[in-house]
Ligand binder design. Structure first.
Ligand code: ADP
Length: 725
C-alpha cells in the first residue's frame, strides 16, 4: 500500500462526535444537535482543521463519559457545512457525510474526542444478486410507502431514482423507522447484497406488521360494528317487547270487550254460540299470533254488526206523502205507487211481498227517491252499487281462510248504518256482471227472496243473518235483468223528464239546493226561466237532470267567485244574454231542423235514452232496379217497417202519379242519422214513407211538420203509446 493510499484509507486523530440516539449513513446531509461540552470542543477542533469529523453512535445513549467500549465499531466521516449556535447554548450542525469508517483507536482527550479511523471498502458481491435484491427492495419499498406516509413523497421519489445499490440501501435504511441497533447493523454491513437483503427483510417484516395491523383494525371495527348492531337489535327487541306487553294488554281488553258484547248484543242463538266458542279459542291462543289476529278480526265483525237492532218505523201515509212531495217534483204516478207500497207494508208489517225496482234513465231521481222513501218511513238508508260487480264474494264475502277476508257488501253496509232494518238500495242491478268467479245474481236472489233472506249466509260470518226486516229497493236503467230476479220485483218505471218538468225541478229543487251548498243567499243568485231552458237545451242532453244539476252548480260556483271578488256586486241574475259568460260555450245544438223544405227529407220524432229528439229521415234515389237500401244501424223491426212503407208506396204509386217503370229505374237509399247509434222500432214508418214518396214524386216535405208512428201496409198510421218525451 503506497503512502498516498494509506493516507486516503487511514486517518489519524480525527475529531470525533459520539452520537447518542442516531445512526448516520454515508453520502447524505444530516442535521445534528450537539450539547455535550466535549462534543462541542471536538467540533471546535474540527472547524480549526479541515472541518472533517467522525460520527459514531454510542452503544447506550445515556452514557456521558464515553469510552471506546461504549462506541460501535463502524461510523461515518463527514464535513461540517454549517454550525448554528442556538440560544440555549447547543449547536445545530449540518453535516455532509462521506463514507463508512472503522474506528481503530479512540482517544478521550482532556477536552475533546478523536479517533484513528480507516475507510471501509464495500464488497460488491455477485452483480445479478445485487441487481435482483435491488429490484426487490425497490418494489417492497414502494409497497411499504403506500401504507406509510411519514416519509415525504419527494424524498421517496429521489431515493427510488438512485442507481447505485449501495446508496439506495443506505438511503432507504436511513429513512426507515428502524431501531438504532438495527440501523447500526446495516451501517456496519459492507457486503452490499447482504445489506440490501437485510433491509428487504426488515421491510417485509414491517409489511407483515402493517397487514396484521390492518386485519386487527378491521376485526376490531367489525367487532365494534357487530356489537353496535347487537346493541341496536337489543334496543329494538326491548321496544318490541314493550309494545308486545301493551299489545298483550290490549288483547286482554279485547277479550273483556268481546265477552261484554256477547252478553249485551241480541245475537241469534247460532251467532252467540259461535262467538262464545271463538272467544274461548282466542283465550287459549298466543295473543300475538297471526291466528289470534284472524279470530279477533272475526269477532270484531260478528259483534259489531247490528243484531236485531231495529229502528222504530213511523209509518204515516200522509206524512210520507208530504215528504215525497217535498223532496221530488212531479213523478205523481211513481209516488202513488210508492205510497201504496208503504201502506201495504204497514198493514202486513213483515212484508213478504215483492221488492220495489225503480227503472229509468240516469238522473231521473231513482236514488234520491229511495232516500226519500227511507226518510218517510223512518228507516236508515244503506246503498251498494252493483254496477260492475262480477264476483259473488263481493255480495257474500270471502271465507275466513283467505288472507284479508271480509264479509260481503251487504253485511259491510249494515255494520255502517248500525241498524238491522234499513232501506237497502241495490243500485244498478242490471249492470251486474257474471264470470268464472260465480254469479252474483244468485246471491242476490237469496237476498231478495223473502222466504230465504231470514237466513242469509255470508261466507265470512259463517252464521246466518236475518235480512227479513230490511226493506230492499233496487234500481235499474233497463229491464234487461235475469228472469228470476225480475220476477221477485215490482217494477216502477220512471221516464225521462220533458223540458217543462226539468225547468220546474231546477227552480224548485236544484237551484235552491246548489245555492245553499255554495253558501249563497237566496237573493244573491237568480237564474231566469229562459236561462234555465237554454241551459237544458244547449248545455245538456239527457233524460234526467243530473247534468243540469252539474251545470247549475257550475253557475253557482262562478257567481260566488264573482260576488266575492267584487264588493260592490250584491247579486247576480243570469239571463240568456249573459248565460254564456257563466256557462261557457254551448255544448249541444237543440232541435235543429233543415234550413228549408227538401225533397226526400222528413223531420222525424225519436225517443232515445237521452230523451225526446227530432231527426232527419233522408232518402235519395240512385239508378238501379227498384231495390231499397238502408243504413244507420237499424234494427230488424225498423228494417221491416221500411219494407212495409215501400210496399205501401208501390201499391199506391199510381195515386201518387208515379208509374212502375219510373220507380223501377231507381234504387232508394234510406239513411237515419246518428249512424253510430243503434235504432229500432216501427215508429219511424210514417216518416220514412213520406221521404220515399217525396223522393219519387220530387215534392219537398214541409220541414215544420215532425212525424212519428208505425205505418201499416194499407197506409194507416198507428198511434204511439205512453211516451211523454
Ligand atoms: P238516478 O238515481 O235516477 O240516476 P239521482 O237520484 O241521482 O238519479 O238524481 C240526480 C239528481 O236529480 C238528484 O240531485 C236528485 O235530487 C235530482 N232529481 C231528480 N229528479 C228529481 C225530481 N223529480 N225532483 C227533484 N229533484 C230531482
Amino acid at each position: 500500500m503506497s503512502d498516498k493510499t494509506k493516507k486516503n484509507t487511514f486517518l489519524e486523530a480525527i475529531p470525533t462526535l459520539p452520537l447518542r440516539d442516531v445512526v448516520v449513513f454515508p453520502d447524505m446531509i444530516f442535521p445534528l444537535f450537539v450539547g455535550r461540552e466535549k462534543s462541542l470542543s471536538s467540533l471546535d477542533v474540527a472547524m480549526k482543521t479541515n472541518k472533517q469529523i467522525c460520527l459514531v453512535t454510542q452503544k447506550f445513549p445515556n452514557i456521558d463519559a464515553v469510552k471506546r467500549a461504549d462506541l460501535h465499531d463502524v461510523g461515518v466521516v463527514g464535513n461540517i457545512i454549517q454550525m448554528l449556535k442556538l440560544p440555549d447554548g447547543t449547536i445545530k450542525l449540518l453535516i455532509e457525510t462521506k463514507y463508512r469508517v472503522k474506528i481503530n483507536q479512540f482517544y478521550d482527550q482532556p477536552n475533546y474526542f478523536s479517533a484513528d479511523i480507516s475507510k471501509l471498502e464495500e464488497k460488491n458481491g455477485d452483480a445479478t444478486e445485487v441487481k435482483a435484491a435491488t429490484r426487490a427492495l425497490k418494489d417492497k419499498f414502494r409497497e411499504y410507502i403506500s401504507y406509510e406516509d411519514r416519509i415525504p413523497s419527494d424524498l421517496v421519489a429521489a431515493i427510488l431514482e438512485l442507481e447505485n445499490s449501495s446508496k439506495l440501501a443506505d438511503h432507504i435504511a436511513s429513512s426507515l423507522p428502524m431501531k438504532i441497533e438495527k440501523k447500526q447493523l446495516i451501517l456496519a454491513e459492507f457486503d452490499i447484497a447482504l445489506r440490501l437483503e437485510n433491509i428487504l427483510s426488515f421491510i417485509k417484516g414491517e409489511l407483515q406488521i402493517i397487514d396484521t395491523e390492518n386485519k386487527i383494525k378491521t376485526r376490531v371495527k367489525s367487532q365494534l360494528e357487530s356489537s353496535q348492531k347487537e346493541y341496536y337489535l337489543n334496543e329494538q327487541l326491548k321496544a318490541i317487547k314493550k309494545e308486545l306487553g301493551e299489545a298483550a294488554e290490549d288483547a286482554e281488553d279485547d277479550l273483556e270487550l268481546f265477552a261484554k258484547l256477547i252478553k249485551e248484543k241480541s245475537l241469534s242463538k247460532e251467532a252467540e254460540n259461535k262467538a262464545k266458542s271463538e272467544l274461548k279459542k282466542l283465550k287459549s291462543m298466543n295473543p300475538l299470533s297471526s291466528e289470534a289476529g284472524i279470530v279477533r278480526g272475526y269477532l270484531e265483525w260478528l259483534l259489531n254488526i247490528p243484531w236485531r237492532e231495529t229502528k222504530e218505523l213511523k209509518i204515516d201515509i200522509a206524512k210520507s206523502e208530504e215528504i215525497l212531495d217535498k223532496e221530488h217534483y212531479g213523478l205523481d204516478k211513481v209516488k202513488e205507487r210508492i205510497l201504496e207500497f208503504i201502506a201495504v207494508n204497514k198493514r202486513v208489517k213483515l212484508l213478504k211481498g215483492p221488492i220495489l225496482c225503480l227503472v229509468g234513465p240516469p238522473g231521473v231521481g231513482k236514488t234520491s227517491l229511495a232516500k226519500s222513501i227511507a226518510n218517510s218511513v223512518g228507516r236508515d238508508f244503506a246503498k251498494i252499487s252493483l254496477g260492475g260487480v262480477r264476483d259473488e264474494a263481493e255480495i257474500r264475502g270471502h271465507r275466513r281462510t283467505y288472507i284479508g277476508a271480509m264479509p260481503g257488501k251487504i253485511i259491510q253496509q249494515l255494520k255502517k248504518v248500525k241498524s238491522s232494518n234499513p232501506l237497502f238500495l241495490l243500485d244498478e242491478i242490471d249492470k251486474m256482471g257474471q264470470d268464472f268467479r260465480g254469479d252474483p245474481s244468485s246471491a242476490l236472489l237469496e237476498v231478495l227472496d223473502p222466504e230465504q233472506n231470514s237466513n242469509f249466509s255470508d261466507h265470512y260470518l259463517e252464521v246466518d243473518y236475518d235480512l227479513s226486516e230490511v226493506m230492499f229497493v233496487t234500481t235499474a236503467n233497463s229491464l234487461n235483468l235475469p228472469h228470476a230476479l225480475r220476477d221477485r220485483m215490482e217494477i216502477i218505471n220512471l221516464s225521462g223528464y220533458i223540458e217543462r218538468e226539468k225547468l220546474e225541478i231546477a227552480k224548485r229543487h236544484l237551484i235552491p239546493k246548489q245555492i245553499s251548498l255554495h253558501g249563497l243567499g237566496k237573493a244573491e243568485l237568480k237564474i231566469s226561466d229562459l236561462a234555465i231552458t237554454n241551459l237544458v237545451r244547449n248545455y245538456t242532453y239527457e233524460a234526467g237532470v243530473r247534468n243540469l244539476e252539474r251545470e247549475i252548480a257550475n253557475l253557482a260556483r262562478k257567481a260566488t267567485k264573482k260576488i266575492d271578488s267584487n264588493t260592490k256586486l250584491k247579486s247576480i241574475t243570469i239571463t240568456p244574454k249573459n248565460l254564456s259568460q257563466y256557462a261557457g260555450v254551448e255544448k249541444f245544438s237543440f232541435g235543429k231542423i233543415e234550413e228549408k223544405d227538401l225533397i226526400g227529407v222528413t223531420t222525424g220524432l225519436a225517443y232515445t235514452e237521452f230523451g225526446g229528439d227530432i231527426l232527419a229521415l233522408e232518402a235519395v234515389k240512385i239508378p238501379g232496379d227498384g231495390k231499397i237500401i238502408c243504413t244507420g244501424k237499424l234494427g230488424d223491426v225498423m228494417k221491416e217497417s221500411i219494407q212495409a212503407a215501400y210496399s205501401y208506396f208501390k201499391s199506391r204509386a199510381h195515386e201518387f202519379g208515379v208509374t212502375e217503370e219510373e220507380y223501377k229505374k231507381y234504387d232508394i237509399h234510406l239513411h237515419v242519422p246518428e249512424g253510430a247509434t243503434p235504432k229500432d222500432g216501427p215508429s219511424a214508418g210514417i216518416g220514412i214513407c213520406t221521404s220515399i214518396v217525396s223522393i219519387l214524386t220530387s215534392i219537398a216535405v214541409d220541414r215544420l211538420v215532425a212525424m212519428t208512428g208505425e205505418i201499416t201496409l194499407r197506409g194507416r198510421v198507428l198511434p204511439i203509446g205512453g211516451l211523454k218525451e
